[in-house]
Design a protein around this ligand. Structure first.
Ligand code: TYD
Length: 232
C-alpha cells in the first residue's frame, strides 16, 4: 500500500477515513482513550506555525485548558545536535538525519507528550513526523521508509494543521523577520518540501491556506479544534 495519494488541494478538508490510501492508523499508537488532546502544526519555514501555535494556546488557556506548547526538533540532545549542525551549515547524510529526528521524536513522545496526554493536557506541537517526510523526503529518502520508521510507536494526533504557503511567500516572510535563512531554507528546498506536504494524505490532516490574514486562519483552526476538545 502506498504512503502517498495523488496531490489534493482541499482547504479545511480532513482525511479521517480509515480506508484512506495510507491505511496506517493500525500502525500508530492509539491515544484516543487518553484524556488529553494532541494537535500538530506543519508547513514549511515561514508558514506561520509558531504564531498560530501561540495564539491557539492563549485562547485555549483562557477557556481553562492546560496547554503545553512544544516543538521538534526539541531541545534534547538529538535535537540540539541537529540545530547546531544546521547553524554551521553542515548536513548529515539523509538517512542519518532521519535517525536523529526519529530519536529526538521518540524521547519527546515518551518524556513529554504521552505523560501530558495522560494528565489531560492539550499539546500544541510545532512539527512532527510529516516534517521528516517533507524535509528528509526532499533529500531523496522514500516517503514510505520515513513513515515506516514511525509505525509501532508514534501517536497519531487528533488533528494536523498543514499551513499551506507558496515557497516564495515563505522565503519573503523569513527575510522580513531578518532571519538569515539556515541550511534547510533555500527556495528550491522549500519548493520540494511544500510539494511533499501538499501531496500527503494522512488521517486527521487539515490543509489550510496560510496566505490569509492571521486572524482568519486562527478562526479556521479554532473551528476545527473546538469540537475536538475535552469537556470542561
Ligand atoms: P524549526 O522548527 O524551523 O527550527 P527553528 O526554530 O530553528 O527555526 O526546525 C528546524 C529545521 O528542521 C526546519 O528547517 C525543518 C527541519 N526538520 C527536518 O528536516 N525534519 C524534521 O523531522 C523536523 C521536525 C524538522
Amino acid at each position: 500500500m502506498s504512503a502517498i495519494s495523488p496531490a489534493r488541494s482541499p482547504v479545511e478538508s480532513p482525511t479521517t477515513s480509515l480506508a484512506d490510501p495510507l491505511d496506517t492508523t493500525a500502525g500508530f499508537l492509539d491515544i484516543q482513550d487518553l484524556p488529553g488532546r494532541f494537535f500538530v502544526f506543519e508547513g514549511i519555514d515561514g508558514s506561520g506555525k509558531s504564531t498560530q501555535c501561540y495564539t491557539l494556546a492563549r485562547v485555549l488557556r483562557e477557556q481553562g485548558h492546560d496547554v503545553i506548547e512544544t516543538r521538534e526538533p526539541t531541545d534534547g540532545p538529538w535535537g540540539r545536535q541537529l540545530r547546531e549542525l544546521a547553524q554551521q551549515g553542515q548536513r548529515l547524510k539523509p538517512s542519518e538525519e532521519l535517525e536523529y529526528f526519529v530519536r529526538d521524536r521518540k524521547a519527546h513522545l515518551q518524556d513529554l507528550i504521552l505523560p501530558q496526554l495522560r494528565q489531560g493536557s492539550i499539546i500544541l506541537q510545532d512539527r512532527y513526523f510529516p516534517s521528516s517526510m517533507a524535509y528528509q523526503g526532499s533529500r531523496g529518502l522514500a516517503l514510505q521508509t520515513i513513515l515506516s520508521a514511525h509505525l509501532g510507536w508514534a501517536a497519531l494526533p487528533h488533528a494536523f494543521f498543514f499551513l499551506h504557503l507558496s515557497p516564495q511567500q515563505a522565503l519573503q516572510r523569513i527575510t522580513e523577520r531578518r532571519q538569515v535563512p539556515d541550511a534547510f531554507e533555500t527556495l528550491e528546498g522549500l519548493q520540494r518540501c511544500e510539494a511533499i506536504f501538499a501531496s500527503l494524505s494522512l488521517p486527521h490532516w487539515f490543509a489550510l491556506d496560510a496566505s490569509q490574514p492571521i486572524g482568519a486562519l486562527q478562526q479556521a483552526i479554532l473551528r476545527i479544534v473546538q469540537p475536538l476538545l475535552p469537556p470542561r
